[in-house]
Design a protein around this ligand. Structure first.
Ligand code: GDP
Ligand code: MG
Length: 212
């Protein structure tokens, strides 16, 4: 296995209180603080990272959590610039948050069109433990996701359901793209360094050295 790590920037977006910080906290620290600590609006953005192995490659996820307020959308742009993947969160118990997810999807499409999108319905545990009249139907989220080739995950930071799966998929998709781009680069003959060596009279052997 190559020891060289492949970096991917992942950003979390979505309206305030949908559960972005809890999602990151569950993934990075395998914990859920829930209501044991008072709610804290993330100021600007917070960064954390985790390395995992996918198809024999080490992938380092640099994860940016953002404040989430649409009012500070221009500030969020700083955080999602050059992101390889964005997790747009909505709260599964609150239909309005899916509506507001559209705002972030538009933002990304307009400003960071190469960034791959993932839609994440949070707080899945609530659907099992209480009546949610404003519940988001999976079909509605998938219909939105289909327009942007975005896969939908339904997670719970409280129970941990689907959290690792979400980040693993992001890393897998990125590696797949990385391998594809590498193949394209090689087939285009993007030679990084080459030397010509003359052997005898009139014969020339060209050694091409690829930096892969
Ligand atoms: N039941 C439940 N509550 C959650 C979950 N994730 C977050 N919350 C709660 O939702 C509120 C907002 O969470 P937070 O992660 O700070 O949201 P953010 O503003 O999007 O970063 C907090 O009171 C959390 O305890 C979850 O998976 N299940
Ligand atoms: Mg937060």
């Amino acid at each position: 296995m190559s020891s060289k790590e492949i970096d991917i920037k992942v950003v979390l977006l979505g309206t305030a209180m949908v559960g972005k910080t809890s999602l990151v906290d569950r993934y990075l620290h395998e914990r859920y603080l829930g209501d044991t600590v008072p709610y804290q609006n993330t100021i600007g953005g917070a960064f954390g990272q985790k390395t995992l192995e996918v198809s024999g490659k080490l992938v380092r996820l640099g994860i940016w959590d953002t404040a989430g307020s649409e009012r500070y959308a221009s500030l969020s742009r700083i955080y999602y610039r050059d992101a390889g993947a964005a997790i747009v969160c909505y709260d599964l118990s609150d239909k309005n948050t899916l509506e507001r997810a559209k705002f972030w999807i538009e933002e990304l499409k307009n400003n960071e069109s190469d960034c791959r999108l993932y839609l994440c319905g949070t707080k899945k545990d609530l659907l099992q433990t209480q009546h949610c009249p404003q519940k988001v139907q999976r079909g509605d989220a998938e219909a939105l996701g289909d327009n942007f080739s975005a896969e939908v995950f339904e997670t719970s930071s409280k129970t941990g359901e689907n959290i690792k799966e979400l980040f693993l998929r992001i890393a897998e998709d990125y590696i797949q793209l990385w391998k594809k781009n590498k193949t394209i680069a090689l087939s285009r003959g993007e030679l990084l360094w080459g030397v010509g060596v003359c052997v005898g009279v009139g014969e020339c052997v060209y050694l091409s050295i690829w930096n892969t």
